[in-house]
Design a protein around this ligand. Structure first.
Ligand SMILES: [Zn+2]
Length: 328
């Protein structure tokens, strides 16, 4: 396995927070002047490493079990790692498919899709994989019924960007790539989320199984994560999102939040010819995630399928009933 430490500049020193600092190798390739103040940092992560430049802000990371990303390849080439070594690293990494490889396995089916693409983005610089050792975060995520095999991340170290509020990081993936993320803060302050998202992105394509006939479209990340659906991340469907959803080639069932904003989503779903499901959940159950916590995943799926409406007129009737329920 490639030893990245062997390719670092000779002059390097450890920092108290676990970084190895040295003159960054990236800046002159990114339109900045060459670093001479030791502003490049490399840190070992649970299953790889993370690079961060405090001069030009370049970041790259490597996780055993994933393909070597475009940005990591560039970084390694700037460190004068031979191309053949980078290819070897990639092959060896893919032999170690573990939890990190799950995203890629699930994403394979999307490789054939065309016409929808997103640029590669970075996770926050200190994001690390959530494990049971991060008890507080772990309990929160399990409490929201996110399946164990989804790679939720945590960022315990303050990077000066995402504040010091406790949060988990949900990576956005598409077509084998990290294309954004959202930070979900665990206190009661606003905003609850800070995201790096691209226009037209829909979360959760990698949660879909090849054999599934339906795709459930929800508003929130935790709705999607708990039911294996998609998340729009707001209460409408943009044209770009509609294009991506159409590319899945499945029957679409929109399950709106049971509040007034949710009723706007119903109108848009009707416009796009989607099915809509508004199960008659009790008052304290406002969305899919609440329902999964209450009934479990299978129980919730059954309520969604039973309340599925395909005709415009029936959807209108269900919507009126919902509005009446919300108002009383
Ligand atoms: Zn740099």
């Amino acid at each position: 396995m490639l030893d990245i430490l062997a390719y670092l500049p000779a002059k390097k020193k450890p920092t108290p927070s676990g970084w190895l600092s040295f003159n960054a190798v990236c800046c002159q390739h990114n339109g900045s002047t060459q670093d001479r103040r030791g502003r490049g940092g490399l840190k070992a992560t649970e299953a790889g490493w993370s690079y961060h430049c405090f001069n030009c802000s370049y970041t790259a990371s490597f996780i055993l079990g994933r393909t070597v990303s475009y940005k990591a390849r560039k970084l390694l080439s700037w460190m004068n790692v031979p191309e053949v070594e980078i290819e070897m690293l990639n092959l060896e990494s893919l032999r170690h498919r573990s939890i990190h490889g799950i995203i890629q396995d699930r994403q394979q089916m999307w490789n054939t899709l065309s016409g929808v693409s997103f640029e590669e983005r970075d996770l926050p610089p200190f994001a690390e994989l959530l494990t049971p050792e991060h008890k507080f975060y772990w309990d929160y995520v399990r409490g929201r019924h996110v399946s164990n095999d989804f790679p939720v991340m945590v960022q315990i170290q303050n990077d000066g960007i995402h504040w010091t509020r406790l949060h988990v990081v949900i990576p956005f993936t598409y077509d084998n790539k990290i294309v954004g993320y959202t930070c979900r803060f665990l206190d009661d302050k606003q905003p609850k989320f800070i995201s790096d998202s691209q226009p037209g992105y829909v979360f959760g394509t990698d949660l879909q199984q090849p054999a599934w006939r339906y795709v459930i479209v929800t508003e929130g990340i935790f709705d999607a994560l708990s039911i294996g659906g998609l998340a729009l991340m707001h209460n409408t469907i943009s044209d770009g999102q509609a294009k991506l959803i159409r590319s899945l080639g499945r029957e679409v069932i929109v399950v709106p939040d049971q509040d007034m904003p949710g009723t706007e989503l119903i109108d848009r779903a009707v416009e796009l010819g989607y099915s809509v499901s508004i199960p008659a959940w009790p008052d304290h159950v406002k969305d899919v995630n609440d329902a999964v916590i209450e009934y479990g995943r299978l129980g919730t799926l059954l309520t969604i399928m039973a309340a599925r409406e395909t005709s415009r007129i029936k959807i209108e009737i269900r919507k009126k009933q919902l509005v009446k329920r919300i108002r009383t």
